[in-house]
Design a protein around this ligand. Structure first.
Ligand SMILES: *Cc1c(COP(=O)(O)O)cnc(C)c1O
Length: 372
C-alpha cells in the first residue's frame, strides 16, 4: 500500500456529540458533501445514521449513493438538481433546496404529483453570499406560496453566512436580521437554519432550530480564530483523519546536490534525502516542498523540492533512524509531534477544508469503527 488514510469514526461521533451539546436545543445536521470532506461518504454516514436528524450533501448523486448504501436518515441536498432528476430525487425520499418561483417550481410540483406525495423542500434565501437563493424582498410572498402549495411540504427555510469566522462582524448581524425579516411569516413548525460550524460555535444567536456542521464534525476548525476562542472556553475537537506513507529509500548526497524537477532545491549540506511514494496525484499539493513538513520517527522533516505526480522528497538528515520503510506522517501524530491538516494547509497556501477534501477517493482508507 502506497499510502494510507486512517479515519477514526469514533472521533467523528464524539465531535457530533460535543457540537450537539454546545448548540442544544438546536439540532446538529452533519454536512457530508464532497466524500464527507475526504473522510468517506458512506462510512461517515453509517457511523452517524440514526444519531442525527438528517444529513446534508451537495448533490443528488451523493444522496442516491447514501440510499444505495441503505442509509435511512433524511437527506437534504443543498445544491441544485436538474429538473430531469427530480423524479429520482422524489423516489429516493430526498429533501431538496428550492428558491425558484417560475418553471422549476412547476417541475418540482410535477415530480411530486407523479410520485404521489408532496416534495419536502428547504427554501433557500440569499441574505448576502450572492450564491444560491431567492432575494429577501421576494421571500415573504414566495414562502407563503410554497407553504400553501399542495405539492410541497415546506420542511425548512435556510440561508448561509458569508463571514461567520470573524469574531466581530456586523455583516453576520445584518444577514441574521435579513433572514428574520424574510421568514417572519413562516409557520413556527418550519425549521430555520443558517449556521455552519463557525457560526454555530461563535454566534449563539445564529443557532436557531438547527445548525449545518461540516468541518467541525471531522475535528477541524473553520479558522485559527475559531479554534483559539473555543479552546479558551474549554471546547475541543478530535481530528478524525491521519495520513501516512513509508519512505521508499534514503539517499546520502553531498552539499549542493539538486533534488527533483527543475532543480528547484539544492542541498545546503551533506544530506540524507528520503523519497516518498506519493505526489500530487495522491493529494500532496505540488507546492508542499516550499513550506511543508512531515514526521519521521517523531521528528519534523522538511519536504523539499517540487512534489512530483507520484513522488516527493524529504530532508531527513537529522533523523538518524530514517531508512527505507520508515513511517512518514503527513497529517497526524507520531510520538510527541503532530501535524494537523491546518498546518499542511497553511504550508501550501490554502485552508484545511481544501486539504482534506482534495484527498483523492482512490487512496485507501482504513476505518477505526465507532463504539456502538
Ligand atoms: C458546506 C456547507 C456547510 C458546512 O460548512 P462548515 O463550515 O464546513 O461547517 C453548511 N451550509 C452550507 C450551505 C454549505 O454549503
Amino acid at each position: 500500500m502506497i499510502a494510507e488514510l486512517r479515519i477514526d469514526l469514533g472521533a467523528i461521533v464524539r465531535n457530533v456529540d460535543a457540537l450537539a451539546a454546545l448548540v442544544a436545543p438546536a439540532r446538529v445536521v452533519p454536512v457530508i458533501k464532497s466524500n464527507a470532506y475526504g473522510h468517506g461518504l458512506i462510512e461517515v454516514a453509517r457511523a452517524l445514521d440514526g444519531r442525527v436528524p438528517r444529513f446534508a450533501v451537495y448533490e443528488l448523486d451523493e444522496a442516491l449513493a447514501l440510499r444505495e448504501a441503505k442509509i435511512s436518515s433524511p437527506i437534504h441536498v443543498l445544491g441544485p438538481i436538474r429538473a430531469s432528476k427530480l423524479g429520482a430525487a422524489h423516489a429516493a425520499g430526498v429533501e431538496i433546496t428550492l428558491w425558484d418561483g417560475g418553471s422549476y417550481l412547476e417541475d418540482v410540483a410535477d415530480a411530486a404529483h407523479d410520485g404521489g406525495a408532496p416534495f419536502r423542500v428547504h427554501a433557500k434565501i440569499d441574505t448576502g453570499v450572492a450564491r444560491l437563493g431567492m432575494r429577501v424582498a421576494d421571500a415573504p410572498a414566495r414562502l407563503a406560496r410554497y407553504a400553501a402549495h399542495p405539492s410541497l411540504e415546506l420542511a425548512g427555510v435556510f440561508s448561509h453566512l458569508a463571514a461567520a469566522e470573524e469574531l466581530d462582524s456586523t455583516f453576520t448581524r445584518e444577514q441574521l436580521d435579513a433572514f428574520a425579516t424574510a421568514t417572519r411569516g413562516v409557520d413556527p413548525g418550519v425549521e430555520r437554519h443558517i449556521a455552519a460550524t463557525a457560526a454555530a460555535m461563535l454566534w449563539p444567536e445564529t443557532r436557531l432550530e438547527a445548525v449545518r456542521t461540516g468541518i467541525g464534525i471531522y475535528g477541524l476548525w473553520p479558522s485559527p480564530e475559531t479554534e483559539r476562542t473555543m479552546r479558551d472556553r474549554g471546547f475541543s475537537l478530535k481530528p478524525a483523519l491521519e495520513w501516512r506513507t513509508r519512505l521508499v529509500l534514503v539517499h546520502d548526497v553531498p552539499a549542493h546536490t539538486p533534488v527533483g524537477y527543475g532543480c528547484a532545491y539544492h542541498t545546503k549540506r551533506p544530506s540524507r534525502i528520503g523519497v516518498l511514494p506519493i505526489g500530487y496525484a495522491e493529494g500532496l499539493p505540488r507546492n508542499a516542498g516550499e513550506h511543508g513538513h512531515v514526521l519521521i520517527v517523531g521528528q519534523r522533516c522538511r519536504i523539499v523540492g517540487r512534489v512530483c505526480m507520484n513522488m516527493a522528497f524529504v530532508d531527513c538528515t537529522d533523523v538518524s533512524d530514517a531508512a527505507a520503510g520508515s513511517i512518514v506522517t503527513l497529517i497526524g501524530t507520531d510520538g510527541h509531534a503532530t501535524i494537523g491538516a491546518d498546518e499542511l494547509a497553511a504550508a501550501t497556501g490554502t485552508i484545511a477544508y481544501e486539504t482534506v477534501t482534495r484527498l483523492p477517493a482512490h487512496v485507501p482508507r482504513t476505518y477505526l469503527v465507532a463504539a456502538p
